[in-house]
Write a protein that binds this ligand. Structure first.
Ligand code: FA5
Length: 340
């Protein structure tokens, strides 16, 4: 029995050396030390032995068990260490690798141009006013000398919400709201979003305008020309080619439109899709405020005069950045937007 015990010990110790995972080691623990393991099975015959022999064998069994137990624990520890080393190797972070650059947000090109335009006018003493985008028909049209069924309403294709409510088609209603609320002299710009049923390379259904107006006694068309020329030269540089062209707006008389030489084709492109071969791109409408508009806000057109203008921010941005399709500004393609 003693001989068999030693055999079991040697067999167990050699098997323990050969295991390659903690699970395999635990399986050996069950096989040799478990309740139905090899040692327990061997010891079943112990009761029949003489007292002294039984004691001797009992002590020997304990030694064998301890030896196997220790060998198992040592092997499991070794295997666990190897596993940990392997895991750490896999999880190792290379702190010398270059980091991923966080995406830095930038201002939208339209916001940049809008801010630049506002800065130029506030530099000339203009203050900034705002008005609602959901506007009454009265402010968008009637108070601006465009009665219902007037053919001039066709100039701006309108999104109506109801008979009297619409998405404003221009920032000119803010003129009326500001004049109603205040007294001359006034020097105000009104930047904002406007809406029209329009879409092609120079038109979008939503776009931005900046309305500007100056009202007081003795304000003339030459003041209008001076302010707009200063504005355009500051924005585009002194060499910019600008032209004032007679035009018509129901709320100004006389009226003009201002064009800038097309930067896409340099002014000469017969096939240019932006200026449609004219060499010029319209960026704003302007004129002397019509007496009927003054009457609608309770001003006396005999004693008060003023000019007004409304410019398109997207058109200015197209010219500044050489963009040949206005719709690119609103497609939210980061490859386009982050260039500016
Ligand atoms: C007006 O909206 C007038 N309220 C401007 C005005 C104000 C005239 C004060 C006189 C006195 P117009 O429809 O031309 O005018 O538009 C003004 C500018 O907005 C145009 O010159 C153009 O630059 C821009 N614009 C017009 N429609 C669009 C559109 N669909 N998409 C982008 N820009 C546009």
């Amino acid at each position: 029995m003693k001989k068999r015990l030693i055999e079991i010990r040697d067999e167990a110790l050699s098997s323990i050396k050969g295991v390659s995972t903690p699970d395999e080691a635990n399986a050996l623990r069950v096989r040799y030390l478990g309740r139905k393991g090899e040692i327990s099975t061997l010891l079943k015959g112990l009761g029949a032995l003489d007292h002294n022999l039984r004691r001797e064998l009992g002590q020997e069994t304990n030694k064998v068990k301890t030896a196997i137990e220790e060998a198992l624990n040592t092997r499991i520890k070794e295997l666990q260490c190897a596993l940990d080393r392997e895991r750490l190797k896999k999880e190792r972070i290379d702190t010398t690798l270059p980091g991923r650059k966080p995406y830095r947000a930038k201002l939208h090109p339209i916001t940049t141009v809008m801010t630049e335009v506002e800065d130029i006018f506030t530099g000339l003493g203009f203050s900034i006013a705002e008005g609602p985008e959901l506007e009454l028909d009265y402010y968008n049209f009637e108070s601006l000398n465009i009665p219902k069924d007037h053919p001039a309403r066709d100039m701006q294709d309108t999104f109506y919400i109801s008979k009297d409510l619409l998405l404003r088609t221009h920032t000119s209603p803010v003129q009326v709201r500001v004049m109603e609320a205040g007294k001359p002299p006034l020097r105000v710009i009104a930047p904002g979003t406007v809406y029209r049923r329009d879409s092609d390379v120079t038109h979008t259904p939503m776009f931005h305008q900046v309305e500007g107006f100056m009202v007081g006694s003795g304000v003339t068309f030459s003041n209008l020309k001076a302010v707009l020329t200063h504005f355009l030269e500051t924005l585009f540089g002194e060499d910019v080619a600008v032209r004032f062209r007679p035009s018509f707006f129901p709320f100004t008389e006389p009226s003009a439109e201002v064009d800038i030489q097309c930067v896409i084709c340099g002014g000469g492109g017969s096939t240019c899709r932006v200026c449609k071969g004219t060499g010029w791109l319209e960026i704003l409408g302007a004129g002397m405020i019509h007496p009927n508009v003054f009457k609608s806000v309770g001003y006396d057109p005999e004693t008060v005069s003023g000019f007004a203008f409304g410019l398109g921010i997207e058109r200015i941005a197209m010219l500044k950045f050489g963009i040949d399709d206005i719709r690119l500004f609103f497609e939210n393609d980061l490859r386009f937007i982050t260039q500016f």
